[in-house]
Design a protein around this ligand. Sequence first.
Ligand SMILES: [Zn+2]
Length: 267
Amino acid sequence: MTLSPSAKAILKVLVEHIQTNQFDASNPATFIGYKRVHDILNLPMSAQTYGESLERQGLGKLADWTKKHRFPAITGLIIDTGTHVPGGGYFRMFDKDYEKDLKWWLKEIEKSLQFDWLPYLKEKDDNVPADDLVSLEPQDVETPQAIDINKPNPPTRVMYNTYRRLRDTALARRVKLLYNNRCQICGETIMLYGGELYSEAHHIQPLGAPHNGPDVMGNILCVCPNHHVQLDYGAIELNIVELTIVPEHKLGDEYIHYHNLHIYKGS
Ligand SMILES: [Zn+2]
């Protein structure tokens, strides 16, 4: 049973969040809301609630797929942000009880965080039912395996790796799409073999400790690799009036200030 494109799009969002260590299996408050996933995928509202709408547009199929393959029930990472528990449909799907099986749910999440989902995200989309195409993500949001930044080691060490791993979040890819991979600082893009354009997404206030910046569009810039390195290493200041900014992209002043105050070395 192949994963349908709509189900795969949801799986991809979850796996991306797993890869950036956003989920803590022992703390459901770190899980992701139905509305958030719905928003990330830019889905049309197709039911009364975000949960039901998502269920119809891939979530049901994803749950079904994990069940048939006896994979961890990863759809439980998507929760009602009011209760911090998935909807009743999740438990019913796996013949569990909403009241009694919370331990089972968290065990499934623990397994989901350790499971290797990547091979299933790479499978080709064969035999796609037509009704499934509506929620396909645009193909051009696929970028070469990108990465988050390993910060240089603390200055007390003499040697450090300059190896940078980049991994884009769904939002990062969306920002790159808004600018058609052109650097917001210099306007440059990089053309790869075959005409594909390449850019990098920079979280202005970096994700993860110690900066703990949020993964929101207002905190993301589309930049060329040169400017990306300069930003990461605090070599340049950010000046909002000098950036190219499209109207759909509201940059957060607070993140710009953060960069200039805490990342920029000349501050
Ligand atoms: Zn640039």
